[in-house]
Design a protein around this ligand. Structure first.
Ligand SMILES: Cc1ncc(COP(=O)(O)O)c(C=O)c1O
Length: 405
């Protein structure tokens, strides 16, 4: 066993990660290198966080510049990078107010706190948040309750109360679940971790109308779909509606930990003492995020994600025509998935890794692609060629084991 693998196994609690088995030491653009010098094309990009690819000059420069000025202050003072980032986030999204924090889970926690405060002020103390089955909103206790995956919840009961999970893409289920206790609905515009599930065209519009009818808030979790990933800057733009609260993270920082929740005038009801964070909006990460977001907008990386994503999807559909094991291609922009008819997600990720491509398995049947937004069509071609060859290996192995039996 490799030295680093041995130490990792000795030191860390086994949370079932490290499934690809490589130790990365360097990254540049869409490429990474392991500790023995093997090069990989990285279509995971830090779980969609390295939006500009690895170690982009914009990120390096912002880090260097801000690290020599001011790294951390406190929320008792004003700092300029935080204000500049706030201005950019609000002007590109049309929200009124925001709070900057450090991770997607924390942003969603903040959004739920805001919705509960709104419930206290305007909805007779309503506090319940309805979210979807197969969703993913983070790993804190409250977000485990919001994340509609019974297998993530069972080991940690009793969970914080005030959450209900209903099927995704089902407006009638949401309607039936709303009661006088409900203050908000929390949804991903596309379910990422749940296997890249794109809802029907009218879903978000109908959910918006339902929230308006019942006077409750709509929170959209754009931690994974935001910052250009799906081909528009914010994924809800595809549906033409606006949530009351939006959470963002991942790609915003281009690899550094930063997230935020943004609200319209009506929902932005926090008052003094309601929320805080030691590192939230720290100058270092704020300066990087501002540089990243400015670059995404200036270079129209959302438009690039739409174009290259469409090409990628067409190439994958071409694969599907030739190979019966491919059941479905799903996604939008540069958030794409392939679902297989057999439980081969892990085997596919391993076979792709052996051929120099890192992809994200969502066992048992699905693999997910989240390349950096700067990805070139030639890299998509290379990835599809590798996926094709990995499929052939797996189909052959399945056929010969059938033969043995
Ligand atoms: C939609 C969504 N929300 C929230 C999170 C949690 O973000 P973090 O891991 O930064 O806490 C994720 C992470 O994958 C996510 O995909």
């Amino acid at each position: 066993m490799n030295h680093w693998v041995e130490l990792d196994k000795r030191y860390f609690m086994d949370t079932g990660h490290r499934r690809l088995g490589v130790t990365l030491v360097r990254g540049e653009g869409a490429r990474v290198w392991d500790d023995v010098g093997t090069e990989y094309l990285d279509f995971i990009s830090g779980w969609a966080a390295c939006s500009l690819g690895h170690c982009h000059p914009i990120v390096q420069e912002a880090l260097r510049e801000q690290a020599s000025r001011l790294i951390l202050a406190s929320l008792d003072v004003y700092t300029i990078p935080q204000i500049e980032l706030a201005e950019l986030l609000l002007s590109t999204s049309g929200f009124a107010k925001l709070f900057i924090c450090n991770s997607g889970a924390e942003a969603n926690e903040g959004a739920v706190k805001l919705a509960r405060k709104y419930g206290k002020l305007h909805l007779n103390g309503a506090y319940e948040v309805i979210s979807a089955l197969k969703s993913f909103h983070g790993r804190t206790l409250a977000m485990v309750a919001a994340t509609g995956k019974p297998e993530y919840q069972a080991p940690f009961t009793p969970l914080p109360e005030g959450f209900a999970n209903v099927p995704y893409n089902d407006v009638a289920a949401l309607r039936a679940a709303i009661s006088e206790r409900t203050c908000a609905i929390l949804l991903e515009p596309i379910q990422g971790e749940g296997g890249v599930r794109v809802p029907s065209e009218h879903y978000l519009r109908e959910v918006r109308a339902l929230c308006d009818e019942r006077g409750i808030l709509l929170i959209l979790d754009e931690v994974q779909t935001g910052c250009g990933r799906t081909g528009t800057l914010w994924a809800h733009e595809h549906s033409g509606i606006r949530p009351d609260i939006m959470t963002v993270g991942k790609g915003l920082g281009g690899g550094v930990p930063i997230a935020a929740f943004l609200a319209n005038e009506r929902a932005a009801c926090f008052g003094p003492g309601d929320h805080g964070s030691t590192y939230g909006g720290n100058p270092l990460c704020s300066a990087v995020a501002a540089a990243v977001l400015r670059f995404i907008v200036k270079e129209d990386l959302a438009g690039h994600a739409a174009r290259v994503g469409r090409y990628f999807q067409e190439r994958l559909l071409g694969l599907q025509e030739k190979r019966k094991i491919v059941r479905e291609i799903r996604g939008r922009g540069l958030l794409l998935a392939v679902e297989f008819t057999l439980p081969v997600a892990l085997a596919m990720a391993q076979a792709c890794r052996e051929r120099g491509l890192l992809i994200n398995p969502i066992p048992p049947h699905t693999i997910r692609f989240m390349p950096p937004l700067i990805i070139a069509p030639q890299d998509v071609d290379r990835a599809v060629t590798i996926v094709e060859s990995a499929i052939d290996q797996i189909v052959q192995a399945a056929a010969s084991s059938e033969g043995v039996r």
